[in-house]
Design a protein around this ligand. Structure first.
Ligand code: B1M
Length: 251
């Protein structure tokens, strides 16, 4: 009798074993959403590699398999179905997939289009969106210095002074931490540093109106918009600098 039970268990286990490489694209993507939800990092890494091998672009894997999966996690986190430890596992799994995509997204860039210091604001430890923005910016040819999470105004300013980037990028995911962006921008003003840098802000709770109200130069809804806006803003900055230089040569 025990043998029959064991055999039955084996059958059940085998039935549960999903071979990711045997799934068609749409089922694989759905399975990856489930695996992200369950925080299965190895499966996410495997699924990411399979989609790339099948000719998917890194951008498509990122948006359809990873970001879309994380959106589902976010909804259930909001609704109290998932809790912090589970969401941390999902975030860790997502980072596994992103690490595979990172060199591919970065490879698109040629000579530096500009430079950026980016970090999440004080009190806020969310870093997935910031990391994505950094990756896309590298993909657009920027040199990116990522100063991580929970940054005070002193830490932002120290990084700006050290790296002298074109852009300061700040990310915030909480309504309670996003006002800190104004603290940073006001301090830059007070110290006479504001005009040296383009300030870009982003994060799920932000809006264009908020960005204007705190005195940022640009609000970007997502990483793709951040990289294209950055290219545009830096080329405008270069043109202004060029004109100023020519003006000073004439006089
Ligand atoms: Co947090 N969390 N979380 N969380 N978390 C949110 C943000 C929340 C909306 C969930 C919810 O309730 N639905 C909610 C905020 C509510 C609010 O303030 N309105 C929330 C909360 C409440 C909290 C805690 C307070 C929970 C608690 O402890 N009770 C706590 C706070 C901790 C802290 O920071 N002090 C907390 C903790 C955590 C985890 C640690 C468990 C984990 C973070 C892990 C990590 O990042 N390493 C986590 C996660 C994962 C989330 C959700 C589920 C997903 C965030 C994410 O990574 N999204 C999130 C719900 C959600 O947003 N759906 C939630 C995917 C990412 C690709 O998108 O970050 O929006 P996003 O980035 C986008 C754009 O916003 C934009 O481009 C990115 C890519 O396209 N963007 C920029 C971002 N930064 C930019 C900068 C730019 C330009 C564009 O220029 C510089």
């Amino acid at each position: 009798m025990a043998d029959i039970d064991n055999d039955q268990n084996d059958v059940d286990e085998n039935e549960d074993d999903i071979i990711l490489s045997e799934l068609p694209d749409d089922e694989l993507v759905e399975q990856m959403h489930d695996d992200l939800y369950d925080g299965l990092k190895e499966e996410i890494e495997e699924g990411t590699s399979i989609l790339l091998e099948r000719g998917w672009s890194a951008e498509k894997v990122l948006s359809e398999a990873l970001v879309a999966g994380m959106t589902i996690v976010g909804i259930d986190f909001r609704d109290g179905i998932l809790f912090v430890p589970e969401v941390l596992l999902s975030a860790n799994a997502m980072k596994g997939g992103m690490a595979i995509l990172q060199p591919l997204l970065a490879a698109a860039g040629a000579k530096p289009a500009g430079s950026m210091v980016i970090g999440t604001v004080k009190g806020d430890i969310h870093d997935i969106g910031k990391n994505l923005v950094g990756m896309m910016m590298e993909g657009a040819g920027f040199i990116v210095t990522d100063i991580g999470i929970n940054n005070s105004v002193e830490e932002y300013i120290a990084a700006l002074e050290e790296h002298q980037p074109d852009i300061l990028g700040m990310s915030a995911l909480l309504t309670t931490t996003m006002p800190y962006m104004k603290v940073v921008i006001d301090t830059l003003e007070e110290q006479g540093l504001r005009d040296k840098y383009i300030v870009m802000v982003g994060g799920a709770p932000l809006t264009e109106e908020f960005a204007n109200a705190v005195g940022a130069d640009a609000y970007c809804r997502d990483a793709a918009e951040a990289s294209s806006r950055a290219v545009q803003l830096v080329s405008e900055k270069r043109a202004r600098e060029h004109n100023m230089y020519q003006g000073s040569e004439v006089t």
